[in-house]
Design a protein around this ligand. Sequence first.
Ligand SMILES: [Zn+2]
Length: 72
Amino acid sequence: MDSWSHARCPKCFRSELTDWEEPYYYPPRRVRMLLHFGGKAHRCRVCRYNFVSFMNRKEPKPAADTKGSAAA
Ligand SMILES: [Zn+2]
């Protein structure tokens, strides 16, 4: 239902995204321009594709909602 309200990987269309991890990744100029205009850097966990979207990432669901299981 809400699958289109989050950023998705343009390659595999998954919403399992993280931030750009590579500190040495230097995006092309148009990507930096998108970031400058409020774009958010996303990185696909599956195909490791770095891209910029104006939509937010899908938040990982806090599984600690039902029963407080403080394991470990
Ligand atoms: Zn992907």
